[in-house]
Write a protein that binds this ligand. Structure first.
Ligand code: AMP
Length: 191
């Protein structure tokens, strides 16, 4: 199964990605988590990424694409993967198409979690209090929503045009959202 989990910051991608990946026996690949791990280890990639992350901006495509390409090449991702937080730009969509085509497979589905905007802000404020993520300050939260609307929301139309986009209501309890995602994906033929 080759899946993408999309949705605005605060939609619950990270939480759901783990459940969905386990369900299908594929690794959850979160570009945000990989960047954060590099930031905390102080690697050159982390140093480069941090200034963008702290500002709520996207890390440049060349950097992000190379990182994902390397991760997808690892053995555990051969049977499939679930991408959380990638692609986020049209250039990344094109790059991912190339990566998947190279392996002779196809993208099976793009799950988009929809959550109402006021709920998103509340969730992120709550996460700021509990997880202490560096980019969960009010200004940065707002900027990340804007960047999502400008650069990432248009991707939904692209995948809708390909007929592989599944919109799932991301409101309510975590377990209920997981069930909705499973119900939607269990009917998707796996490549
Ligand atoms: P996330 O944990 O997915 O919210 O990502 C946290 C931050 O990492 C984002 O605000 C970006 O700065 C950076 N990031 C994660 N994924 C990408 C991506 N696909 N393209 C560019 N920047 C990204």
């Amino acid at each position: 199964m080759r899946l993408i989990l999309m949705g605005p910051p605060g939609a619950g991608k990270g939480t759901q990605a783990r459940f969905v990946a386990d369900h299908f026996g594929v690794p959850a690949i979160s570009t945000g988590d990989i960047f954060r791990a590099n930031v905390s280890r102080g690697t050159p990639l982390g140093i480069e990424a941090q200034r963008y992350m702290d500002a709520g901006e996207y890390v440049p495509d060349e950097v992000t694409n190379k990182m994902v390409r390397n991760r997808i090449d690892e053995d555990d991702a051969k049977p499939g993967f679930l991408l959380d937080g990638y692609p986020r730009t049209l250039a990344q969509v094109t790059e991912l198409d190339g990566m998947i085509a190279f392996t002779g497979h196809r993208l099976d589905a793009v799950v988009v979690l929809t959550v109402d905007p006021e709920e998103l802000v509340q969730r992120l404020i709550h996460r700021a209090q509990t997880d202490g993520r560096a980019d969960d300050t009010e200004d940065v939260i707002r900027r990340r929503q804007e960047v999502y609307a400008e650069q990432t929301a248009p991707l939904i139309e692209v995948y809708r045009g390909r007929g592989i986009c599944i919109e799932v209501d991301g409101m309510g309890e975590v377990d209920d959202v997981t069930t909705r995602i499973f119900d939607a994906l269990d009917v998707v033929p796996q490549s």
